[in-house]
Write a protein that binds this ligand. Sequence first.
Ligand SMILES: Cc1ncc(COP(=O)(O)O)c(C=O)c1O
Length: 394
Amino acid sequence: MAGPLPPVPIPGARLLFSLDPGVAHLNHGSYGAVPIGVQRAQQRLRDETEANPMRFFNRGLVDRITHARRHLASFLGADPDGTALVGNVSIGAATVLQSLRLEAGDELVDTDHGYGSFALAVEREARRTGAVRRTLSVPLTASDEEIVEIVRAGIRPGRTKLLVVDQLTSATARLLPAAAIAAVARERDVPVLVDGAHAPGMLPTPVQSIGADFWVGNLHKWGYAPRGSAALVVAPHWRRRIEPLAVSWQEEAGFPSRVEWQATLDYTAWLAAPVGVFTLRTLGLDRVRAHNAELAAYGQGVVGRALGIAPADLVDPGGPTVSMRILPLPPGVATSYPDAVALRQRIADKLNTEVNVNPWRGRGWLRLSGQVYNRAEEYDRLAERLPALLTSLS
Ligand SMILES: Cc1ncc(COP(=O)(O)O)c(C=O)c1O
């Protein structure tokens, strides 16, 4: 049975990137890929730094960061005064966790779709403070209403000090109803941190109307920004309580400068990040989103057929612009993290194809991304060659 058709490629878009033409890069979701124009913009800023570091750091850098932040916050649909630029979502989440000042007996709640290192961060904060981590189990095919009910039943007013929930999950590539979840948590007076790592550039104005206490998102994945560009958005009632990881010279400036300024760092990624947004807008935001989502769906279909998976068993991520899709691997394959990493490496080495592989609930899952530099033939080639590679494992 035929699956979804691939989209018409966006003319010239592939040439904007410097990816190795000998490799099919079907994993934009992990580290993104930075367009050449954005790389150049960042290099010009680094050249400027090295021409006179004293001038770069001491004359106008804080204002330039403020300017970039305002631009990026408006792209995200966030309040610029409630937005701090940070290096990545892990740093944003760590900033939130340590600012909560948890005590023994407090509770941190997350879901079993959460990103692995976020789970470790929640675990460590619980260990450090004597708090308890509780993980809610959310079935892969649960409806939005069911997910909201699982969360409603899983949080406890007064006891749960933070609910951590993904906007778009990593291992399972599912869109979760973040706004409805945040509303339920608000009703019950439980603070929420939304992990929007994949949202900027993929979902339209991802912060607008979510209404979370905290939201973090990477601009360096789907936002075409240089790596090290992310935003932490904080609701007004939390802004005075958020403490930066390191105290710096902006300590007295209040939020967001005090969180953003982390002493002597390379801030050029943030200053060049608006060029990533400009590149996306030039290609056409809606056009890029539709293209990427259609291509990921095409890849899921063609590889799914090759692996003998019935179309009805292919997971629907739940939104028309979701540019990542997953496929279940045969039972017993990549069911642990080390095995998943080994399979990902084997696919890269043997098939010259970069994909993501994750274990989730006792099963291995292959994740494919779609991006403007990808072509249908790259998924076709993977579909032709992956079954034999998987057979060779057993
Ligand atoms: C859902 C999710 N959360 C968090 C992260 C961590 O992102 P970073 O390494 O940029 O902090 C990722 C990375 O892929 C992710 O997919």
